[in-house]
Write a protein that binds this ligand. Sequence first.
Ligand code: NAD
Length: 265
Amino acid sequence: MLRIAIAGIAGRMGQALLQAVRENAQMQLAVATVRPGSDQVGRDAGEAAGLGSMGVFITDALPPKGFDLLIDFTSPENTLSNLAICAESGVPAVIGTTGFTADQLEQIKAYAASLPLCLAANFSTGVTLCLQLLEQAAKILGEDSDIEIVEAHHRHKVDAPSGTALAMGHVIAASLNQDPDEFFLFSREGQIGARKPGTIGFSTIRAGDIVGDHTVMFASEGERVEITHKASSRMAFAKGATRAAAWLVQQPPGFYNMRDVLGFN
Ligand code: NAD
């Protein structure tokens, strides 16, 4: 039985992860954390979620031991301090948090020298497949097409564009040997002039309770290809994260993503 720690159990993803862990016969919840100062501290994680007692009491910090794997979908700062704790005991981690700076990503990669870490901006199988399709589409259509990435999320999302949209852009840029710093275009307003060839445009929608929609458009003269993914429930990410967890505990230290988990790399 794999003993799982879920960071940020009270969050939207924390709750979906709790459900996914409960539904997995090979896993059991061992640790559940919330933000310090939360009124959830000390409560039974199952009871707090309306699922009945699970015998796991919510804490405001990750303990040094007592779990075999961490699943962390919280904030960049919290994820990094949790990884420092995992590094002490060599515990692998599945990281779904988005919005890391380049410096923070370097710190995560440094931990991966001694820990198995799986980081993905999107743990859904469908999005992971889309990344694969985008690599192919970029190779075939990219040179002659204008590429636009449009993403839509719920009104509470704090980072933009989404980590998934950025991951899609990076896959396309790598396929086309482009430097993201030069070709990613995050805002357009006023007299912007004609489209600069090779740029990859990003557009963001924040509205209502949209779980996560992404469309990548390859538009050329006379035709347009669109690759779209729509998530209708956070369980798509949570199930992907538990699948990644089961895979990750079998791996040596390294920096993995969901494409590795599904065997695409
Ligand atoms: P949320 O705000 O509902 O949940 C985040 C939770 O983290 C909150 O409950 C917050 O209290 C908790 N938290 C913050 N600091 C903490 C600390 N020090 N200790 C313990 N808990 C702490 O947000 P969400 O929609 O669940 O998303 C969380 C993160 O996951 C975001 O970065 C989001 O972009 C990302 N996300 C990733 C995927 C994916 O597949 N990779 C999917 C959905 C969301």
